[in-house]
Design a protein around this ligand. Sequence first.
Ligand code: PLP
Length: 433
Amino acid sequence: MTTPTRTEGLEPALLPADGSARPSEPARAEPAEGRAPLANRALAQRVRAVPPSGIRRFFDILATMDDVISLGVGEPDFDTPPPIVEAGIASLRAGRTHYTSNYGTLELRRALAAHLERRYGVSYDPERELLITVGASEAVDLALRATCDPGDEVILHEPSYVAYAPAVVFAGGTVRHVATRLEDDFALDPAAVEAAITPRTKALFLGYPCNPTGAVLPDTVQDELARIAERHDLLVYSDEIYDRLAYGSYRHRAMSALPGMRDRTILMGGFSKAYAMTGWRVGYLAAPAAILEGIVKVHQYGIMSAPTTAQDAALVALIEAEPDVERMLAEYDRRRRLLVAGLNDLGLTTFEPRGAFYAFPRISSTGMDSEMFATRLLEEERVAVVPGGAFGPSGEGHVRACYATGYEQLEEALVRIGRFVARHRADAVPATG
Ligand SMILES: Cc1ncc(COP(=O)(O)O)c(C=O)c1O
């Protein structure tokens, strides 16, 4: 065993200038004259640079109110289907209360490989190319931390999921946002992506089907983005957690299944949405072996392994829960049609979302910005939505309404929103949408 150095474990700012403190005699240096207290300096610059999530405030207010219809939180109102729950209980009863391999159980990785192959025609080696994570959240964080160097630029569409840009910044990278627009149904414009590429661009981040807009990438756009990635030799991070929540004629295609994309794509997904398993915290990441090997290092030192109970439950989700997914999907679709038609009838222009479980109405005709609209709607009518501006500047003028809530509640929410809009539109300066 090596002898600890004198300064090991001590915050450099607390050490006397001659470095004479020993671990057994902690230095008690007074804060240097004129220097701010340590608590004000402790946070790393990259952490300070990231504002707190714009949606948290709403959930804090919401928690203090009764009789609120929440279209705010992006999670299924369904409980986890019974066969999955039973699998979790059986796992615990069987004494499966220990760590798994860092990669996750081989059974789950094999089932996941078969699932991805069957659905999207893309094949991954379950032993070296799949990692089970603590939700897609961990997958996003790992992908960025393992691949971003300081100064690397990541192109990211906005409005997009609130965790993406912070994950890039925490990893030391820089975000270059590309705006998407209602006029394009919030699909990414390949020309705008190409225009954002600089010599420092390392990667393109895609989160489609999209939270908060419900937008999907039309096949032609996805093909063009793949060609751009190849032409400019970019890595592609693709968060496909909403892959199963696709409506109408839209069929999701995995980005890594497109020609030439498997070797440059980090595919991320999870069980939270399609299987109503948000609380279990289980997701996955798929990448070529050489990339996954590095990603596993970040995971093994930070997390060790995803929860064993959740992995065993996720295995049953893949094998047995297809009828449950279909049942929930059909119900989301029914609610989607109700909400989108209802919002449009109220004069809040809402394009047809083809994926996820969000509608993204334009609310600018009320004369309010998205924050004011959401705050007043909550206070006056007890309906919670999320201000679109929280997802990026192009989300301003919109709010996000999640329809993973009961049909009757959505009907009642529409009545309340209608009352609210009629009241405020009377005082509003005329505007479109
Ligand atoms: C686009 C997107 N990615 C990832 C996540 C996180 O999912 P998980 O529960 O698997 O961590 C969410 C959750 O809302 C999401 O909307």
